[in-house]
Design a protein around this ligand. Sequence first.
Ligand code: TXA
Ligand code: MG
Length: 339
Amino acid sequence: ETKRWIIHRDEIDDNAIQEAAALMRNGETVAFPTETVYGLGADATNEAAVARIFEAKGRPGDNPLIAHVASLPQLRSLVGTLPPVAEKLVDAFTPGPITLVLPEKGICARNVTAGLSTIGVRIPDHPVAQALLEACNTPIAAPSANVSGKPSPTTADHVWSDLHGKIAGLVDAGPTGVGLESTVVDCTQGIPVILRPGGITKEQLQAVCGTVMVDPALASTGEKPKAPGMKYTHYAPEVPLWLVAGPPENIQAVIDAEHKQQKRVGVMAGTDTANKLQADKVTPLGATLPEVAANIYDALRLFKHADVDVILCETFPETSIGQAIMNRLRKAATNYISE
Ligand code: TXA
Ligand code: MG
């Protein structure tokens, strides 16, 4: 049985937080909202507790977890003195949707880092996550609270449908905000390297650090990614997803061609494009890139239940949060139809 607490992010029920924290201090797993996606938390210093996360998600053991803390002093206790670039990033973006990869100091259990000498650390910017982390008073290892390979959960119902019965608790405080995961930044070199694009954009990082590099594995398929999780096909809906570049007419042409083959076609697109298309199911994702980011995982999950043979998705400009959107769409897609 999974205990579910329904609380309000602006008026947090302290009893619920204390109960959830007590479960985690006792080595159990509890899902909770952050500003990006829901996380599945366990005491990062307790190896058996961390093992429960891997088991519940069906997560490969070579994929390290992010340690979540409530405060900067706690973060420093996990990684020691911050290199100058990490100090700048922490000043500018923490708490917020960024994860810093730094040399670890052996405080977390070994399975958190999957044997790496570095650890990802993050201070989430969500009042419920903050309250829970403060009440736990120990670092909390927390991957996204989905079954491995499914889209990350942006609502408590997503978590429930993936994990109920497999986890001890779920703190339900409604939909998350950003809708895509944190930006993972390797700070162990002099120059920061983006290992996973996310809620903090490359442009924002550049404004603070000057030069920023991107893990070459994100562009080519030949390289081995430095964030182990980036090598897996993530977020895949059960129906094939095709990315279709170019104007709405291009997408409509693909829809029409599939209709001629008696195929039922679903479409995901920005609202302007969606309004111009005729298909069996059309899901508008929003008018701006941040709206698209917030809606995309829910849309991928909804299409699982839609009676279609193929999902087409518009491509988006790779500026600001568009980089993270396109990164996730490429990982989910089985086909790319260029202009
Ligand atoms: O927004 C987020 O980051 C969410 C919320 C819950 O905080 N968490 C999340 O965790 O997305 P997860 O486990 O789904 O993704 C963590 C990513 C994986 O790609 C993992 O390989 C990478 O971060 N990662 C973690 N520790 C690392 C390390 N020491 N070195 C390189 N990559 C690391
Ligand atoms: Mg994940």
